[in-house]
Design a protein. Structure first.
Length: 136
């Protein structure tokens, strides 16, 4: 997590994953957020992992932590592949509740990952690498 030089304009990102009981998934998400913070250094105050259910911190906890740490603008990024109830209803509702708790803080929700060209490229790379292993 990196700090911006101007705390008055500090923007934090919160990356929301679903959450899971499977071992290692929370640690994987936390590692992803660390990597994202390193990649976004200078553009973001901090990158916070959050989980919609099961794992911690929850979305409200992550938002409250970001605000307590000085964030004045928060961008919530759903780490979900497809649109569904979580991206269209649950996460927006949690953000609305957080706006009521933190009226002086701007909060915006990005789109989900979706069928972007880069996602197609990633899937093609995965398929090709597996196909190559099988034919070698």
């Amino acid at each position: 997590m990196t700090a911006r030089s101007d705390p008055q304009s500090r923007v934090d990102w919160i990356v929301v994953a679903h959450g899971s009981r499977a071992g290692g998934t929370a640690a994987d998400h936390e590692a992803l957020c660390r990597d994202l913070a390193a990649r976004a250094a200078g553009d973001v105050g901090a990158v916070h992992p959050a989980f919609l259910e099961i794992s911690h911190p929850s979305v409200p906890e992550a938002i409250d932590d970001a605000v307590a740490g000085g964030a004045r603008d928060i961008v919530v990024i759903p780490y979900f592949l497809h649109a569904g109830n979580h991206t269209q209803r649950d996460i927006p509702q949690l953000i609305d509740e957080a706006r009521a708790r933190h009226p002086g803080v701007s909060m915006e929700l990005t789109g989900h990952l979706g069928p972007r060209e880069r996602m197609v490229d990633i899937l093609a790379d995965l398929g090709r690498s597996t196909t190559r292993r099988r034919t070698s």
